[in-house]
Ligand binder design. Structure first.
Ligand SMILES: Nc1ncnc2c1ncn2[C@@H]1O[C@H](COP(=O)(O)OP(=O)(O)OP(=O)(O)O)[C@@H](O)[C@H]1O
Ligand SMILES: [Mg+2]
Length: 259
């Protein structure tokens, strides 16, 4: 299953990706995290790595050469890409966890991020997963990735929703865009709620928009504190809640929850 984690900027996408990846790992899934955000650079640290992987963009000679080199022999020119075939320096490994990054904007005036979108789309399209493998994609904020077709080969979209109305509006837009390209599973995870009352209210607002919530993560001082060091907590309420979220995702996707 390929799951993309989307939502408004700052809603908690990367945090949810890291918590979900750790939970999938705990269950014994071989878990590939795909860092598809061209701006933020800290996902590797949240996942417990000391340095980032060399971006896949380097495999095709950087942004300028993408068009020309995409067809030249490399793992990216294959029709299918298995996790095991991604060259060593482009994939970080910790137990059953894997991390790849598409590419980052590094310099002023280097041009737009469209080549990253093209590479994300092609990589995700060609990525083939075994039965015990999950891919979790940390998307850039907002909805531009739908415009670029990055989500075309995604099975399940997890929208991170936090209290501001604008977050619900982005969720609605993502739901409509995902449904428009026939993605079967589109769910929300409610994040950073300060009280049960607000959680209930947000669930109702999501229902009005025909979006089902698969879980709710409360505002957690532990998460916030860990973020000061660019990390996420390995225990606590949110870690426990993510077990329920993954169970829900797996059973709604028709995959048995495995432990
Ligand atoms: N449940 C939570 N409780 C407390 N703080 C949280 C929670 N979830 C996320 N945060 C904090 O919110 C901030 C933004 O989180 P994160 O970087 O995961 O968001 P993002 O959606 O990936 O942002 P961006 O759009 O910039 O990629 C971080 O400081 C993070 O620690
Ligand atoms: Mg992020």
């Amino acid at each position: 299953m390929k799951i993309s984690v989307c939502g408004k900027g700052g809603s908690g996408k990367s945090t949810m990706v890291a918590l979900l990846a750790n939970e999938a790992l705990r269950r014994g899934y071989q878990t590939l995290v795909v860092d598809s955000d061209e701006s933020n650079t800290g996902l590797f640290r949240m996942l417990g790595f000391k340095f980032p992987p060399v971006p896949l963009m380097e495999l095709v000679g950087g942004k300028k050469n993408l068009k020309r080199k995409m067809g030249q022999p490399s793992v990216l020119s294959e029709t299918q890409i298995a996790i095991a075939h991604i060259p060593e320096q482009h994939i970080l490994k910790r137990d059953g966890l894997r991390l790849v990054a598409i590419g980052k904007i590094l310099q002023s005036l280097e041009g737009c991020a469209c080549p990253m979108g093209v590479l994300s789309r092609e990589f995700l399209k060609k990525l083939t997963l075994g039965t015990n493998e999950l891919a979790i994609v940390d998307m850039e904020a907002g909805v531009e990735h739908f415009g670029r077709g990055v989500d075309t080969s995604i099975d399940s979209v997890l929208i991170v929703v936090e209290p501001p109305l604008e977050s619900l509006n982005v969720a609605q837009k993502i739901h409509d865009l995902a449904s428009g390209i026939a993605i079967r599973n589109v769910w929300a995870i409610i994040n950073k709620v300060p009280s049960e009352e607000i959680a209930t209210r947000l669930k109702r607002e999501l229902q009005k928009r025909h979006i089902e919530a698969v879980g709710c993560i409360y505002f957690d001082a532990g998460i916030f504190m860990s973020s000061l060091e660019g990390k996420i907590p390995v225990k606590g309420v949110a870690v426990g809640e993510m077990k329920y979220v993954l169970d829900n995702i797996l059973s709604k996707a028709g995959l048995r929850a495995s432990g």
